[in-house]
Design a protein around this ligand. Structure first.
Ligand code: PLP
Length: 438
């Protein structure tokens, strides 16, 4: 690769009219390029952008996973709130296998009955009139941002493209979603962020009102900030956002990538507030582990997405939508969401009890439905490592929070087992921190 880099630099520098290497352009002898020159690469074949735990899983069933070396773990991370039906769910795996054997992909140049059916069902059960399918959460947010901007533009406000977003939010890693996220840690080194986002404190209506100007197109909010530390928006705040959008003619967008598809005990979390957004981004649980994302919108927003404005090769293909339909079959079955609510209440109460028992380790428990968090006093990474040592997979979130997002099909026995593991992990971390202090 180093050789390629030098050759490329040399070639470009020799082009007629090219003024020679600009400052910062790598040259032969620069340390950056010399690192690997002539040497075997030191880098792993998989790029090093994840800090992976040394666990490799072979199979799963419900909320449980088995490693290749036969160890069993209780999965309360769910692939980051994604495997909504757990592992190996018979209805989902059957739907995927059957569809894969018929036709996986045809492109959006043709009608896709599986996508039409999934869209119609989402429309029937939400505020939305129309759905666009894509492949991931960040892509759903990109689609939502573009839709919001385009609707305002085509509605005649050509200079209004700014979107208000919130501190502590997370919308994904592509450049638009990153700019909406606005977190310096994720933006650093990737050049100027996409213009047009105004970030204000979460749950703060005065800050929202102060940020609204003639260039504002809309607002994007997570009803519960997942990555930001399992921080629910006040329901009144969500209602006030709706009111302020109505007052100023703004579009209310919600990022329900993590909070949606039953995670909080409603199909989408906005339902708890009693208001309707204009557009939402969904992903994660919608495919139960199969990559699928969606933008759901009211006609007033969606109608501007005419041919040529937006698209994707894979989005909404027959296989992904067969998975999405199978997930919906389960989530919409009578009593399922009520079950998530009941299990969420039970789990929250159990976590609150642990937080009260161990104030040296936890400050409080927070969350909705089966998206729960424990705000840690000790470093959350230590608690997470202790959980893994006890056989419980949990994930971390911002604000020093340990995030617990079991599959929606988790059983009461699984919840009780997780709570026991968490208690043991807490004692483990407490005793090692006491020893370290001695
Ligand atoms: N939006 C929210 C609220 C998320 O939690 C995430 C991922 O954690 C994303 C967007 C990005 O989703 P993806 O990783 O599928 O691109």
């Amino acid at each position: 690769m180093a050789v390629l880099g030098l050759t490329l630099a040399g070639c470009v520098a020799n082009l007629p009219g090219f003024p020679g290497p600009a400052r910062g352009w790598p040259r032969a002898g620069d340390p950056f390029w010399d690192v690997a020159e002539g040497d075997d690469p030191m880098i792993s074949a998989l790029m090093p952008n994840y800090a992976r735990a040394d666990l490799a899983f072979e199979r799963g069933e419900g909320a449980w996973l088995w490693t290749v070396d036969g160890r069993r773990f209780l999965d309360f991370g769910s692939g980051i709130a994604t495997t909504s039906l757990g592992h190996g769910h018979p209805h989902l795996t059957k739907a995927i296998a059957e569809q894969a054997a018929k036709v996986m992909h045809v492109s959006n140049l043709y009608r896709i009955p599986q996508a039409e059916r999934l869209a119609a069902r989402l429309v029937e059960h939400t505020f939305a009139d129309s759905v666009f399918f894509c492949n991931s959460g960040t892509e759903a947010n990109e689609g939502m941002i573009k839709m919001m901007r385009r609707a305002v533009y085509d509605g005649g406000r050509h200079d209004a493209y700014r979107i208000i977003t919130f501190e502590g939010g997370f919308h994904g890693r592509t450049l638009g979603a990153l700019a909406a996220t606005g977190n310096e840690k994720y933006l650093k080194g990737f050049g100027p962020p996409l213009e047009g986002f105004d970030q204000v404190p979460f749950n703060n209506m005065n800050a929202v009102r102060n940020a609204i100007g003639p260039g504002t197109a809309g607002i994007i909010v997570e009803p519960i900030q997942g990555e930001g530390g399992v921080r629910p928006a006040d329901l009144q705040f969500i209602r006030d956002l709706r009111a302020v959008c109505d007052e100023y003619g703004l579009i209310l967008g919600m990022d329900e990538v993590q909070s949606g598809m039953g995670r909080t005990g409603k199909l989408f979390a906005y339902e708890w507030s009693g208001i309707e957004p204009d557009v939402i981004a969904a992903a994660k649980g919608i495919g139960g582990g199969f990559p699928l994302g969606a933008v759901l919108a009211k006609e007033a927003v969606a109608k501007y997405l005419v041919p040529g404005t937006h698209g994707t090769t894979f989005g909404g293909n027959p296989l992904a939508c067969a998975a999405g339909n199978a997930v919906l079959d389960v989530i919409l079955a009578p009593g399922f969401l009520e079950g998530v609510q009941r299990k969420g209440h039970k789990f929250h109460a159990q976590l609150e009890a642990i937080a009260r028992e161990y104030p040296q380790v936890y400050e409080d428990a927070r969350g909705m439905g089966l998206l729960q968090g424990l705000k840690c006093v000790l470093p959350q990474g230590e608690v997470q490592a202790a959980c893994v040592a006890e056989g419980l997979m949990a994930i971390t979130a911002g604000d020093n929070v340990l995030r617990l997002a079991p599959p929606l099909v988790v059983t009461d026995a699984d919840l009780d087992a997780a709570v026991e593991m968490l208690r043991r992990a807490t004692r483990r971390v407490l005793s090692s921190s006491t020893k370290a202090a001695e």
